[in-house]
Design a protein around this ligand. Structure first.
Ligand code: PLP
Length: 398
C-alpha cells in the first residue's frame, strides 16, 4: 500500500477518446469528424505560407532562447489587441485594456478564471447549454460553481434566445457569463446583431461580468466582422474579459498561442489589473513560451505577411463553406425528403447535425465515421475525397 494506492481513474476526455478509437480502427475508409481541427482538402493540417515565411525570417536572424517577460512578447500583445479590439477602439485609445500572452485559448480562460476567483470570489459562472466541453471543468477547477443558460433549440435548430435572455435577466450582479464571441462550439449557431444588443443591455442593467471566448476569429465572416461583438462590448462596458486563440486561425495548434485581455474602466485600473495578471502567471508557469508568439507577432506586424495570412484564413473559411454546401446537397438528395439546409447557416468549423447517439454509434460501427455522440461534426475535416462516403454513410443511418 502506498500513499496514493487508492487513487481513482479519471474519466477519459470524450473527444480524445474518439481519436484513440479512430487510430485503432483498421478500416482504410475511416474518417475522424470528432476533432476540432481544420484540415485542408488533402486531409492534412496546413502549414500556412505566412507561418513558414515568418519561421524562415526567424531562423535567418537566429536569436538566443531567453525568458520572455511575464506578460509575454510585447510586440505580440499589442498586435493581438489591435486584431481583437480593432485599432481605433476607444478602449485601446484610452489605454484601459490589459492584455497578456497565454498558453492558447485554454490558458487564457484559466488566467481569467483565476483572476475572477481572486477578485470576485462569490460570483457564479454561467455557460451556454451546450458549450465547449472544457468550459465547465475549467471554471470548476478554478473554484467556481458552474451553471448553464439555455442556448440551443434542437427543434428549430437555432438559438433559444427567449430562454437565454430570460435566464440572463434573472442573474444577480457580478455573475460571470461565458459567451462565444463567434462560431459557437459545438452548435455553430450564433446570435444575430439585434440579439447581441439585447445581451449587452442585460449585462449593463444587471452589472454582469461578460467573459467572451473567441477561439475562431476569422472563421465566420472575417477578422473584423467576427471581432465586432468583442469590439462593441469593449466600447460600451467594463469589465469585459476576452480569451482569444491563434490555434485555428494560424494553424498553430501545438505551439499554444493565445491571449487574455480585460477591458477595464481607465488606464490606472488597467495597470493595476495587469500587475495582478502577472502575479497569477508568475505562480503558474512564470512566463510563456516564445516561438509561437514570435511567429504570430512577426506576421501581424509585417503588412505583407499580414495580408498573406488573411488570404490564407479566407481560403480556410471558404473551403469549409463549400463543404457545408456540398454536404447539404448530397444529404438532401439522398435522405428521402429530410432537409439539411440548416447546416449552411451554421458558423465556424462545426455543425450540430441532429444525429442521435444511436445513429452516431452506427456510423462508427458500420462505416468507421467518427462523430461526437452529441452529433457534432467537424465540417473542416470533410474534403472532396471523403465527402461522398460520409454523406452516403449518414444517409444510410437516418
Ligand atoms: N474555447 C473554445 C470555444 C474552443 O473551441 C477551443 C478549442 O477548441 C478553445 C477555447 C481552446 O483553444 P486552444 O486550443 O487555443 O487552447
Amino acid at each position: 500500500e502506498t500513499i496514493f494506492s487508492a487513487i481513482p481513474m479519471a474519466p477519459r476526455d470524450p473527444i480524445l477518446g474518439i481519436t484513440e478509437a479512430f487510430h485503432a480502427d483498421p478500416n482504410p475508409h475511416k474518417i475522424n469528424l470528432g476533432v476540432g481541427v481544420y484540415y485542408d482538402d488533402n486531409g492534412k493540417v496546413p502549414l500556412l505560407k505566412c507561418v513558414l515565411e515568418a519561421e524562415r525570417q526567424m531562423t535567418a536572424q537566429g536569436s538566443p532562447h531567453t525568458y520572455l517577460p511575464i506578460d509575454g512578447l510585447a510586440m505580440y500583445d499589442s498586435a493581438v489587441q489591435k486584431l481583437v479590439f480593432g485599432e481605433d477602439n476607444i478602449a485601446l485609445q484610452e489605454k484601459r485594456v490589459a492584455t497578456v500572452q497565454s498558453i492558447g485559448g485554454t490558458g487564457a480562460l484559466k488566467i481569467g478564471a483565476d483572476f475572477l476567483k481572486r477578485f470576485s470570489s462569490n460570483s457564479q459562472v454561467w455557460i451556454s447549454d451546450p458549450s465547449w466541453e472544457n468550459h465547465r471543468a475549467l471554471f470548476e477547477a478554478a473554484g467556481f460553481k458552474v451553471n448553464t443558460y439555455p442556448y440551443y433549440d434542437s427543434v428549430n435548430r437555432g438559438v433559444d434566445f427567449a430562454g437565454m435572455i430570460s435566464t440572463l435577466k434573472s442573474l444577480p450582479a457580478r455573475s460571470v457569463v461565458v459567451l462565444h464571441a463567434c462560431c459557437h462550439n459545438p452548435t455553430g449557431a450564433d446570435l444575430s446583431d439585434a440579439q447581441w444588443d439585447e445581451v449587452i443591455e442585460v449585462v449593463q442593467d444587471n452589472k454582469l461580468i461578460p467573459f467572451l471566448d473567441m477561439a475562431y476569429q476569422g472563421f465566420s465572416e472575417g477578422i473584423d466582422s467576427d471581432g465586432k461583438i468583442v469590439r462593441r462590448f469593449a466600447r460600451l462596458y467594463s469589465p469585459v474579459l476576452v480569451s482569444s486563440s491563434f490555434s485555428k486561425s494560424f494553424s498553430l495548434y501545438g505551439e499554444r498561442v493565445g491571449a487574455f485581455s480585460i477591458v477595464t474602466g481607465n488606464a490606472d485600473e488597467a495597470a493595476r489589473t495587469l500587475s495582478q495578471l502577472k502575479r497569477i502567471i508568475r505562480t503558474n508557469y512564470s512566463n510563456p513560451p516564445i516561438y509561437g508568439a514570435k511567429i504570430v507577432g512577426t506576421v501581424l506586424n509585417n503588412p505583407e505577411l499580414h495580408k498573406m495570412w488573411e488570404n490564407e484564413l479566407t481560403g480556410m473559411r471558404v473551403r469549409i463553406h463549400e463543404m457545408r454546401h456540398k454536404l447539404v446537397d448530397e444529404l438532401n438528395a439522398k435522405s428521402n425528403g429530410q432537409d439539411f439546409s440548416f447546416i449552411i447557416h451554421q458558423n465556424g468549423m462545426f455543425s450540430y447535425s441532429g444525429l442521435t447517439p444511436e445513429q452516431v454509434e452506427k456510423l462508427r460501427k458500420d462505416y468507421s465515421v467518427y462523430i461526437v455522440s452529441t452529433g457534432r461534426i467537424c465540417v473542416a475535416a470533410l474534403n472532396s475525397h471523403n465527402l461522398d462516403y460520409v454523406a452516403n454513410a449518414i444517409a444510410k443511418v437516418l
